[in-house]
Design a protein around this ligand. Structure first.
Ligand SMILES: *[C@@H]1O[C@H](CO)[C@@H](O)[C@H](O)[C@H]1NC(C)=O
Length: 140
C-alpha cells in the first residue's frame, strides 16, 4: 500500500512538473496528425449546424476518452495515421494538459456519457480539435 501511494505521488509529480513546452509540442503534433487524418476520412454526413457541446470544465478528460473511442470508427484511408492519432490521444502529456481540476472536483462532476456526443464524424473531429486547441490556450 505504502509503495502504491509512493508510486502515485511520484507519477503525479512527474505529470505536474512536465515541461509546458513538451505538452505544447505533443498537443500541436496531435492536432497536425488529426488534421492530416481528417483529410483521408470519408465523412458520414455533411456538417449540420450542431452547436458545439457545452462541456463542463472538469469533463475534458472524459470528453477526450469519448472522442478517442470514435477515432477507430472513422472511415479513414490512412490506417497508420489513424492508429498514431489514437496512440497519441492516450499520451499522458495530452491527458495532463486538458484540465486543472483536482481528483475531488472530477468526482463531484457528472459528465455526459459518450452517447451524447455527436455521431457525425466531421463534427467529432471538429470538436476534438477544439478540445485540443483549448488545452493549448490553457498552456499559454
Ligand atoms: C475535416 O475535413 C472536412 C472536409 O472533408 C473539412 O470540412 C473540415 O473542416 C475538416 N475538419 C478539421 C477539424 O480539420
Amino acid at each position: 500500500m505504502k509503495l502504491l501511494v509512493c508510486c502515485f505521488l511520484a507519477i503525479t509529480c512527474v505529470l505536474v512538473d512536465a515541461d509546458k513546452g513538451e505538452r505544447l509540442l505533443k498537443l500541436t503534433e496531435v492536432i497536425k496528425e488529426l488534421k492530416a487524418l481528417n483529410r483521408t476520412v470519408k465523412h458520414n454526413s455533411v456538417m449540420s449546424n450542431t452547436p458545439s457541446m457545452d462541456m463542463e470544465e472538469c469533463c475534458s478528460q472524459s470528453a477526450l476518452e469519448c472522442f478517442r473511442a470514435m477515432v477507430p470508427h472513422l472511415k479513414a484511408k490512412n490506417k497508420m495515421l489513424q492508429r498514431k492519432v489514437m496512440k497519441n490521444l492516450n499520451n499522458q502529456l495530452i491527458l495532463g494538459s486538458l484540465d486543472s481540476c483536482s481528483q475531488e472536483e472530477k468526482e463531484k462532476t457528472v459528465c455526459q456519457g459518450c452517447d451524447s456526443y455527436p455521431k457525425d464524424s466531421q463534427e467529432c473531429v471538429q470538436q476534438l480539435e477544439s478540445l485540443l486547441q483549448k488545452a493549448i490556450s490553457r498552456l499559454a
